[in-house]
Design a protein around this ligand. Structure first.
Ligand SMILES: O=C[C@H](O)COP(=O)(O)O
Length: 221
């Protein structure tokens, strides 16, 4: 079985920019090399190309647009691919899309050889997203995001039931879970519930020592 994915979303946190973004990138690269666990990052857009050039870790965009040409201020899938990224988040709860936009973005990702991580907020939306055959469905109850309360403790059923719903529709679609993920115990519980990894942000990006948190996250795998 391939390694679970630990995907760190830098969001728009100040700690996820400039030198501190580089500190997280270096820590992710070191812990991935030492542990063999896949640690991906989703830095802010201006950091995508530098991260892809500088670190031997999978880099994801936080969003893509299914556009090309005379569009301003958008993030075309082909430019994310050209920057060297392996994939992109789509429909994060902080960047919600319509169902038509989600489908278009998943298709744009496929066309540009990008992994797609479609974010969902409950079991039903996870099942709907699976119908587009993305690479991943990432289920996160919005009320727990940034709360420091782990979804693996507060709502394990959303993980277990999303995995079952997604696999019923598209067995090849992998499932991540997120919201409050902060420890190796959270990651192990998520995997034990059938997830293929986790999507997280604040426990690493806002940490005084991101490397220490990343080591803990992989410690029980
Ligand atoms: O993209 C990450 C998720 O929104 C979870 O965020 P969090 O780990 O800060 O709760």
């Amino acid at each position: 079985m391939s390694s679970p994915l630990i995907l760190v979303n830098f969001k728009s946190y100040r700690e996820g920019a400039g030198n501190s973004a580089g500190q997280i990138g270096s820590a992710a690269e070191l812990v991935m090399q030492e542990s063999g666990v896949t640690i991906g990052v989703a830095p802010q857009f201006v950091e995508l190309h530098p991260f892809c050039r500088h670190y031997e870790i999978p880099v994801y965009a936080q969003h893509i647009d299914a556009v090309e040409g005379a569009f301003t201020g958008r993030i075309p899938a082909f430019t994310v691919r050209a920057a060297g990224c392996v994939g992109s988040l789509i429909n994060h709860s902080e960047r919600r899309l319509t169902i038509a936009e989600i489908e278009a973005c998943v298709e744009a990702a496929k066309f540009n050889h990008l992994e797609s991580v479609v974010c969902t907020n409950n079991v039903g939306v996870s099942a709907a997203a699976a119908a587009f055959s993305p690479t991943y469905v990432a289920v996160e109850p919005p009320e727990l995001i940034g709360s420091g309360i782990s979804v693996t403790k507060a709502n394990p059923d959303i993980i277990r039931n999303s995995v079952a719903a997604v696999k019923r529709i598209s067995p090849e679609v992998k499932v991540l879970c997120g919201a409050g993920i902060q420890s190796g115990e959270c990651v192990k519980t998520a995997v034990d519930l059938g997830a293929d990894g986790v999507l997280l942000a604040s426990s690493v990006v806002k940490a005084k020592d991101p490397e220490e948190v990343l080591r803990n996250l992989v410690s029980l795998l």
